[in-house]
Design a protein around this ligand. Structure first.
Ligand code: QV4
Ligand code: CA
Length: 512
């Protein structure tokens, strides 16, 4: 009996690190700024069939309406209330999305903005996405309700009331991040109000949360509201399942606040991942892919079972947050596909794929002054729907990286090799590398300026495999490159450095 209790306890205690995705699915996609109606459709027509585990959605709570500049994407990071009412849709549409996605085994993860409310300069009136009244000046948010008592004004010791020095852990938590009114999370009323908002979402059926700006909350305060959360809705999850938690903490080293302070609450975003991988794939600072042999903890990253990893995110793909110029995005599509392919093939971390919209960049002195531009929208400010073209790409300026064959097929690859060890590493001491995942998958990259032509041990059973980068198995043939693995597991790989995508990936589910 004791052993059973212990087992149950262990099961419970690491549950918030478990993404709660359907078995056999291993990635989530951030459908940044999508409408709930479009996400529901995408779950049914694309994400479920291709084995995506879930969707990170934009903040679903009522936010300030900013018209100068015109409806910036970041207005959604300035809460006015916890009503489920934004440009992505209302509560009915939200419920419909969660139900339809859960019903096809695709989970929903909510971007929870609970460190703050709107900017101190946010003004007052009913200019919010659900029409609620607020007054930033007097800290009055009656639609929650929050009043001046619920903010950190008195606690912050800096002159401006804002964070001025990231080397002072106390002000990073107790002062305003870029002027955003900072909630007093040591108060039980604030903790309970946040938990009530999150429990409303849990009861609707969500599987977990991205905790925005976690660095700006004390780990203990986050734990306090997490401890008030319900278990997930048993309509779709087994009893006693805790919500998946991943905390946004930008820790590139060099600051007193570290990611590990937050491990007790759940997983943490590993921002070193995208910054370093971008540098390696761009071959900057003498970096080369051969160095990726010990990728993961060997590069000083947090332990794999605490990491939420990504190549780019909604901030650093446009110069916000962290990662700098090395971050690869859809704008750098050829290198970006290699980076996402590498991330999805490698066992480290729980993987999130970015799905963006296109905007008109305008670089002045190296900065994109259009970094604020919001999602594709109509004249009245409503977000444009996601149209699907005949070739399965998206229209209306939605980039839909998750629908790019190379990326979609690598999401499937990760599912096929799940649980298999990192194996059969080979490199040419430069930028040609290869590795396998046990006896179920193998990938080869050529990021040098000359041809790769090599016979390699794949670890795979003999057979004819379809490369899932240049194509995939279609009927009884391969639409792209074919790879023959012999009875000893060896295969010939030829990759021109001029290839559209200079990498090949094969796995046991795409064989002739
Ligand atoms: C301006 C001035 C302030 C002034 C304030 C007065 O800069 O000094 O006090 O006006 O109101 C927007 C504007 C910003 C403005 C602020 C408040 O860009 O100029 O301040 O609003 O009005 C996003 C954007 C921010 C945006 C914010 C709120 O990135 O530019 O600020 O939304 O709209 C750190 C954190 C990390 C954070 C990252 C961006 O550690 O947690 O910065 N990342 C998350 C989200 C991110 C979001 C926030 C946090 C805030 O991923 O998207 O910021 O919720 O690294
Ligand atoms: Ca804070």
């Amino acid at each position: 009996m004791k052993a059973l209790l212990l087992l149950a306890a262990v099961g419970l205690c690491w549950a918030q690190y478990n993404p709660n995705t359907n078995s056999g699915t291993t990635s989530i996609v951030h459908l940044f700024e999508w409408r709930w109606a479009d996400i529901a459709l995408e779950c049914e027509r694309y994400l479920a069939p291709y084995g995506f585990g879930g969707v990170q959605i934009s903040p679903p709570n009522e936010n300030i309406v900013i018209t100068s500049p015109w409806r910036p994407w970041w207005e959604r990071y300035q809460p006015i209330s916890y009503k489920l009412c934004t440009r992505s849709g209302n509560e009915d549409e939200f419920r419909d999305m969660v139900t339809r996605c859960n019903n096809v085994g695709v989970r929903i993860y909510v971007d929870a903005v609970v460190n703050h409310m709107c900017g101190s300069g946010g003004g007052s009136g009913n200019g919010a996405t659900c029409g609620s009244y607020y007054n930033a000046e007097s800290r009055d948010f009656p639609a929650v309700p929050y009043s001046a008592w619920d903010f950190n004004d008195g606690k912050c010791k800096t002159g401006s009331g804002e964070i001025e020095n990231y080397n002072d852990a106390t002000q990073v938590r107790d002062c305003r991040l870029v002027g955003l009114l900072d909630l007093a999370l040591e108060k039980d009323y604030v903790r309970s109000t946040i938990a009530q908002y999150m429990n409303h979402l849990i009861d609707i059926g969500v599987a977990g949360f991205r905790i925005d700006a976690s660095k700006h909350m004390w780990p203990g305060d986050i734990k306090a509201f997490l401890d008030k959360l319900n278990n997930l809705n048993t309509q779709w999850f087994s009893p006693d399942t805790k919500p998946f938690i991943y905390q946004e903490v930008i820790d590139l080293g060099g600051e007193p606040i570290t990611a590990s302070e937050y491990f007790g609450n759940g997983r943490v975003t590993e921002f070193k991942y995208g910054a370093k991988l971008g540098t390696v794939i761009r071959k900057w600072n003498g970096e080369k892919m051969a160095y990726l042999k010990n990728w993961g903890e060997g590069w000083g990253f947090m332990s794999s079972d605490r990491a939420l990893v990504f190549v780019d995110n909604h901030d650093n793909q446009r110069g916000h947050g962290a990662g700098g110029a090395s971050i690869l995005t859809f704008w750098d599509s050829r290198l970006y596909k290699m980076a996402v392919g590498f991330m999805l093939a490698h066992p480290y971390g729980f993987t999130r794929v970015m799905s963006s919209y296109r905007w008109t960049r305008n670089f002045q002195n190296g900065e994109d002054v259009n970094d604020w531009i919001g999602p594709p929208s109509n004249g009245d400010g409503s977000i444009k729907s996601v149209t699907i073209n005949a070739d399965t790409t998206c229209g209306n300026d939605w980039v839909c990286e998750h629908r790019w064959r190379q990326i979609r097929n690598m999401v499937v690859f990760r599912n096929v090799v799940n649980g298999q060890p990192f194996s059969n590493w080979w490199d040419n001491d430069s930028n040609q590398v290869a590795f396998g995942r046990g006896n179920r998958g193998f990938i080869v990259f050529n990021n040098d300026d000359w041809t790769l032509n090599k016979n390699l041990q794949t670890g795979l059973p003999a057979g004819t495999y379809c490369d899932v980068i240049s194509g995939q198995k279609e009927g009884n043939s391969c639409s792209g490159t074919r790879v023959n693995v012999d009875s000893n597991g060896f295969a010939d790989f030829y990759i021109s450095n001029e290839a559209e995508d200079p990498f090949i990936a094969i796995h046991v589910n795409d064989t002739l």
